[in-house]
Write a protein that binds this ligand. Structure first.
Ligand code: C5P
Length: 398
């Protein structure tokens, strides 16, 4: 429920703008007050009249409108909300936000705000995949901007792929997660997720089969319980949840740096399947066959152990540090030893033998190992494991 919450909805110029009218309606149904802002391009897709009729309020349109400025200046407009939502957020709006531009009302409000910002990107899939957009996405994630979507599917331009704006109810869920007063409100929780990729040379890398499903589910539930979640993810095959701060990394060393930059945190959950080793030397050019039949021998160096580093950091250590242990035999004995070795508070241990179908699958059967001993949980969906773990974290922190 969003009763009493004030949401500023900035509608960008894209075909998905028509869905933002439904978004406004859904937010108001839940009790939110919605102030709409239209970019000039948005007015090509939806009219100011329909927007203000659905919002039940005046729609703001132009930076240099003296009447608007007299009623409510753009600085006040940017602060007079609990959350700013940009939907659809075009590639151009993302670029403006990442670059700190302020050349129209929407970008000025976004630069002047002291509130959290949630964007629902929508654009052609090539525009979404373009390195410039991906760079901007990473910058915005680092700035604490929350991202919902885009989804994959048929696009108005006739192509199929990632770029469709998230559905209004998915955006509403992101808004609720960002504004909700759950038991973890005011708490900051760090979650790592996904595999890491360790380059062998500029075109090859070492990876593992982690999909990021469990870490993503944990982050989603923690956020739904009201926590501010920083989600540091390797190249996972599932999309990150909405409503969290996403920091994308590739290697273990980048993941450690991102984790350290995100601290302090009240709790940290290390669900990532971090590569234990990387190449001992950086290879600046592609390794080639030389025709002699000789094969290269790769020399590895050990990666930093992020969980152990954070568990043993002394001052600034999160109050609760949770690790995962993927084992194939003697799960409890190995995981108990791992908890002691790494210095974390809890270990969520699971059996990832191929016959369990757990790694990369949708179910998990875990044992929670803490100072109190080992507690077996029945096999259940990764979402339910996440819900149970997040509830335990909430209990431990409150
Ligand atoms: O040692 P092992 O990889 O089995 O430990 C698993 C736990 O340690 C997971 O929580 C994982 O996220 C974390 N880990 C880490 N940094 C590493 C290796 C593992 O944070 N380099």
């Amino acid at each position: 429920m969003l009763a009493g919450k004030r949401v500023l909805v900035i509608i960008g110029g894209g075909i998905a703008a028509f869905k933002s009218l439904d978004l406004i309606r859904r937010l108001r149904e839940r009790g939110a007050t919605v102030t709409p802002v239209l970019t000039r391009a948005a007015e090509e897709f939806v009219t100011p009249l329909s927007t203000s009729a659905l919002a039940g309020r005046k729609v703001y349109r132009d930076l240099f409108d003296l009447t608007d400025e007299a009623e409510m200046g753009h600085i006040e407009l940017s602060r007079d909300a609990d959350l700013l939502v940009v939907a659809p957020c075009t590639a151009d709006l993302m670029a403006k936000m990442a670059g700190g531009h302020a050349n129209d009302l929407a970008s000025t409000v976004l630069l002047a705000t002291d509130k959290r910002v949630l964007i629902a990107p929508a654009m052609n899939m090539r525009m979404w995949q373009h390195p410039a957009t991906q760079r901007n996405l990473a910058t915005l994630g680092g700035d604490g901007v929350l991202v919902v979507g885009p989804n994959e599917g048929d696009m108005a331009c006739g192509e199929h792929g990632p770029g469709r704006m998230a559905e209004p109810l998915e955006i509403v869920a992101g808004v609720e997660a960002a504004l909700m007063d759950g038991p973890l409100k005011g708490r900051h929780v760090l979650v790592t997720s996904g595999p890491t990729h360790e380059p062998i040379d500029p075109v090859r890398f070492i990876a593992n089969r982690s999909s990021g499903t469990q870490g993503t589910a944990v982050a989603r539930v923690l956020s739904a319980l009201g926590a501010r979640v920083t989600f540091v993810t390797g190249p996972a095959s599932v999309a990150p949840p909405g409503g969290v701060e996403v920091v994308r990394v590739e290697t273990a060393r980048q993941m450690l740096a991102a984790v350290q930059a995100a601290l302090p945190a009240d709790a940290a959950v290390f669900a990532a399947a971090v590569a234990d080793w990387r190449m001992a030397e950086d290879q600046p050019s592609k390794m080639k066959k030389d025709g002699s039949g000789k094969v290269p021998v790769l020399e590895f160096a050990e990666n930093p152990d992020i969980l152990a580093t954070v568990s043993r950091m002394g001052e600034g250590r999160p109050g609760l540090v949770v690790g995962f242990a993927a084992e194939t035999d003697e799960v409890i004995a190995h995981a108990t030893a791992k908890r002691a070795r790494k210095g974390c508070d809890w270990i969520v241990a699971n059996d990832v033998s191929p016959e369990t179908g757990i790694m990369g699958g949708s179910e998990n059967a875990v044992t929670l190992i803490s100072a109190d001993g080992a507690e077996d949980w029945p096999r259940m969906g990764k979402d339910r494991v996440a819900a149970r773990l997040a509830a335990r974290i909430a209990k431990a922190l409150t």
